[in-house]
Design a protein around this ligand. Structure first.
Ligand code: NAP
Length: 496
């Protein structure tokens, strides 16, 4: 169940927002009385309730806004019980001083806005001792391990009595979706993105539509994109769309993992219910030694962007980036499988994507020239692949002589959208210019190329194709809804 949290300054606004949440399908609403800038009007708020309600008056130390006297706050909680609140939230440390009264059930809560404490079991025990119908822990995570530790503690406590746990911040944001997989009673959602009362809280609309939260159960298979940072990723949007299209019992979240936590997580990913992962910066290379088997493309490129947990065979790594980039490029150049043979390609960059492309373009018969801001990296990559290298300072001249230009640097990516790795004068008609960047779709480089009359190709096609190839692996070969995935991606990029 999703509990929609609504925080407003007046009783009127609070009631109206609650009514519209109910119209949008909310079945439980938390009203945050600590945000009210006027006295509580119980009659207006609780008469003919639009949905069952949880009443909360949060203190500032717990992330709330209550600025009045503590005695007054406690009186409000008691009044809520006598005015028909279905649930009240009472903090662990005062729970024993506020005995059960009226018909309201009690959420006994613990908040730590700064860290995930070491003694989580002691905290759930103390909440239980406060006469809890539901124990809630909301704590700040500073690593994926913090979030996993919380989930472990919640599972231990939940086996005794109903317990839920939410990790705040983007390290723990996945717990707001995945907690349903672990049998927890509900998750909290913000009614609107602009008034989110807790760090990392997802909106009601996104939880319902992107994640299909109400369909998640203990049998749901988990998938994720792992990276650091990763909260900007559009992968949950498009992968969940594919899962929902086929009505599969699967959900896809994002997981921020630091390099230090990667090993520990990968080894336990199936214990946590993860059946597959997309891998992004900075883990594409470092994850490879942690896998049981890798596809030949991973061995060739040294880069893995997909992990599948195979029954009885452990974890297998794949690279869907390269096929996606080459297919997009061949389509733009024309001429099918032979499209790239003998064509000079200037490859800008020597990072993860450039590395895969260098091997793939070379194998497809192109005459590759690598250039990179850090020349040493270009030299090493060119030597490894067996292709040419050009000085970064000479890139505009080489670009002018090349049939195909591929930008695999991050120059021109959001937010520095006015930058381009090349002078506009080095691009001409009859060239194909491929920018792997997809935020924005039309980079400065591609706009210049279009103006010069060149054929242009953005990173969107590559992104969608690599995601479709992953989706087929995640879903045992089902055809992903490519058109709607591309449309959803473009829409969300436009509104960002
Ligand atoms: P990476 O490993 O971090 O490599 C970044 C590359 O950009 C390096 O060659 C780096 O040069 C260069 N660079 C960064 N800032 C620069 C600057 N100010 N001037 C010149 N060069 C600069 O990243 P990656 O994973 O390879 O990603 C590269 C690009 O591919 C990104 O733009 C990303 O958006 C795109 N991408 C697209 C898709 C897709 O599906 N379309 C998927 C993944 C990535 P140094 O070696 O000198 O640092």
């Amino acid at each position: 169940m999703i509990c929609v949290t609504i925080a407003r300054e007046t009783n009127d606004e609070l009631r109206r927002s609650w009514e519209s949440a109910a119209e949008s399908g909310a079945t439980l609403v938390e009203i945050r009385l600590d945000y009210l800038a006027e006295p509580v009007d119980w009659t207006l708020l609780l008469r003919d309730k639009p949905t069952p309600v949880l009443v909360t008056v949060r203190r500032t130390i717990d992330g709330g806004r209550w600025s009045g006297r503590e005695q007054e706050r406690r009186s409000l909680i008691v009044e809520a019980c006598h005015n028909g609140a279905d649930w009240v939230d009472i903090e662990m440390d005062i729970a024993q001083e506020l005995p059960r009264t009226g018909i309201s059930r009690r959420v006994i809560s613990f908040h730590d806005m700064l860290s995930t404490p070491a003694d989580l079991d002691a905290i759930t025990d103390a909440c239980r001792a406060g006469d809890a119908d539901l124990i809630k822990m909301a704590v700040m995570a500073h690593s994926l391990n913090d979030a996993l530790r919380l989930l472990d503690a919640v599972a231990r406590s939940h086996s005794i009595s109903p317990t839920m746990g939410l990790s705040m911040g983007d390290w723990g944001q996945f717990t707001r979706v995945a907690n349903a997989r672990f049998g927890q009673s509900w998750t909290y959602a913000a009614f609107d993105a602009t008034a989110s009362p807790a760090p990392g809280m997802i909106t009601f609309a996104d939880l319902k539509t992107i994640y299909g939260y109400n369909r998640i159960s203990s049998s749901t298979k988990l998938f994720a994109v792992i990276g650091d940072p990763v909260s900007h990723s559009k992968s949950p949007l498009i992968h969940n769309l594919a899962f929902q299209h086929h009505q599969l019992d699967m959900v896809y979240v994002f997981l921020r993992i630091s390099p230090a936590d990667l090993d520990g997580f990968i080894r336990r990913m199936t214990d946590w219910g993860f059946a597959g992962l997309s891998v992004t910066i900075p883990h594409k290379e470092t994850v490879i030694p942690l896998l049981d088997q890798v596809d030949p493309l991973v061995s060739l490129t040294g880069s893995c962007n997909t992990i599948i947990a195979c029954k009885n065979e452990g974890l297998r790594g794949y690279n869907t980036d390269l096929g996606a980039a080459l297919d997009s490029l061949k389509e733009a150049v024309g001429g099918g499988a032979q499209a790239l043979i003998g064509k000079q390609v200037l490859l800008l960059g020597a990072g993860g994507v450039a590395r895969s492309l260098a091997f793939g373009l070379n194998q497809a018969g192109a005459k590759v020239v690598i250039t990179n801001r850090t020349h040493q990296r270009a030299l090493e990559l060119a030597r490894e692949v067996g292709v040419e290298v050009a000085d970064w300072a000479d890139r505009n001249r080489v670009a002018g002589e090349s049939a195909i230009i591929v930008n695999a640097t991050s120059v021109g990516m959001h937010p520095k959208i006015d930058e381009s790795p090349l002078d506009s004068s080095s691009i001409h008609a009859h060239q194909v210019v491929f920018d792997t960047i997809y935020t924005p779709e039309w980079t400065r480089l591609l706009l210049d190329a279009k103006l010069a009359g060149a054929v242009t190709l953005s990173g969107i096609g590559m992104f969608i194709r690599q995601a479709c190839a992953q989706s087929q692996m995640f879903t045992d070969g089902l055809e992903p809804p490519l058109g709607s995935m591309a449309k959803a991606l473009r829409l969300t990029l436009k509104s960002a």
